[in-house]
Design a protein around this ligand. Sequence first.
Ligand SMILES: [Zn+2]
Length: 209
Amino acid sequence: MGFDVKITTRISILDLFAPYTCRGCGCLGELLCERCKKYIISPEKREFVYAVGRREGVLMQLTEDYKYKSIRRTAEVLAELIDEVLPDNLGSEVIIVPLPTIGRHIRERGFDHTLYLAKKLAKRRGWKVSGNLRRINKTVQVGQDAKTRAAQAERAYEFVGEIEAGKTYLLLDDVWTTGSTMRVAKKLLEKNGASQVVGAVICVGLLNN
Ligand SMILES: [Zn+2]
């Protein structure tokens, strides 16, 4: 564990000083240049959830830079991309609820990547972030079949706090795979009084992709 933490810390420090090259074209300056930004957005929608595009190419690389390499600055770019694909008519009374990350992952990565992304997105639109969901199940959802994932998702979260009347709730996660966690999270918010629930993810992927 101590070893993991050291690696994460070192990456974060490098992250502060390293010059950035565009993940799309390689030009120096930004993680994603203005020109490449236009090409990367290819909106997808799954049920009630908006996505920037499919989990492939540059979008996949940015997602993985963020999730696994803990390159925090990626959050700014990803928040901007999500902002672009969300409808304008969501209004100002929106509360973002990040899907909770497993505690072990937060320790390994040095920060809670979904919460951090939620804060960046909230700042762009003047929205709020609320921790209405808490994880109660430590099982990692990677590479299991859809049925197992759905059963695990049912037991993964609990609702905490209160729902504010008249607000729109926006669930935020990184990747839509089978949608099981998003559906469970939506049900939990609705059961506790939320009347309008939408969702956003960076990308949609296939199981085992
Ligand atoms: Zn570029």
